[in-house]
Design a binder for this molecule. Structure first.
Ligand SMILES: [Zn+2]
Length: 240
């Protein structure tokens, strides 16, 4: 049976002597395919199998293993991902995390919006990046508690975000710990209360930088108890 699917190509790698394997993020799954002859320069499928390409794939399903890619139609290639080393390193980090996360229409939509922001060279690009990470943290159930103090649940006298406790802490539970400034706390609150429909409000009110993206990727790494090689690389790039 032949199926058609549309999404963002996440990963492509060589397979055996001439073939390749490729993965696409769609609304409800990560589709993997075998791509015959992709290593040949004359391959017609090559242009439809590049990371950060939005495309439609026609796939011949197999009883076992990944299906066979028979036709690929590029829709939009977000080539500007490759033009800036920080953006590139962060985009591959998001890609690595998305490969580990259960897909949803929301994740596809927010990742696409991030790539559009990269392509349009918008200065809000890291707000969109943080927004993708926020949706991933929420999908995994490891988002910070921001509706009050994470320990005593009081809603006033909030003074910091505790990574150790996984959310906001009030003055009494913080026990002379480091305070966070009010505007940074507001930024965290607005990020986790934002939806894809009102992301403009978030962008108008807060400025996000790559260090914010690194903070939430650190959060992911800690609460998923995993190690992200791409995060370590991003940190070395940003320190340059
Ligand atoms: Zn408290």
């Amino acid at each position: 049976m032949t199926i058609k699917t549309t999404g963002i190509v996440l990963k492509v790698q060589d397979y055996k002597e001439k073939d390749g394997l490729a993965w696409m993020l769609t609304q409800d799954q990560i589709v993997s395919v075998r791509v015959r002859g992709i290593q040949k320069e004359s391959s017609k499928l090559r242009s439809g199998c590049q990371p950060f390409l939005y495309a439609t794939w026609q796939i011949e399903e197999r009883n076992q293993g990944p299906g066979l890619l028979i036709h690929a139609t590029p829709i939009c290639f977000f080539y500007r991902v490759m033009e800036d080393l920080t953006i590139q390193a962060f985009s591959f980090l998001l890609r690595d995390i998305l490969l580990k996360t259960k897909p949803s229409p929301l994740l596809l939509e927010t990742f696409l919006e991030y790539l559009k922001a990269v392509q349009d060279q918008r200065n809000s690009v890291f707000a969109y990046g943080c927004f993708v990470l926020k949706e991933i943290l929420c999908a995994e159930g490891i988002q910070p508690f921001v509706d009050g103090c994470t320990l005593c649940h009081r809603k006033d006298a909030l003074e910091t975000l505790s990574i150790k406790e996984g959310g906001f802490l009030c003055h009494y539970c913080n026990q002379n710990g480091i305070k966070m400034n009010k505007s940074d706390m507001r930024k965290v609150y607005l990020l986790f209360k934002a939806s894809s429909k009102n992301i403009d409000v978030l962008i108008e009110n807060c400025h996000f930088e790559i260090k914010d993206c690194i903070f939430w990727a650190d959060w992911y790494e800690r609460f998923e108890q995993t190690h992200l090689a791409g995060l370590k690389f991003l940190k070395t790039v940003v320190d340059l």
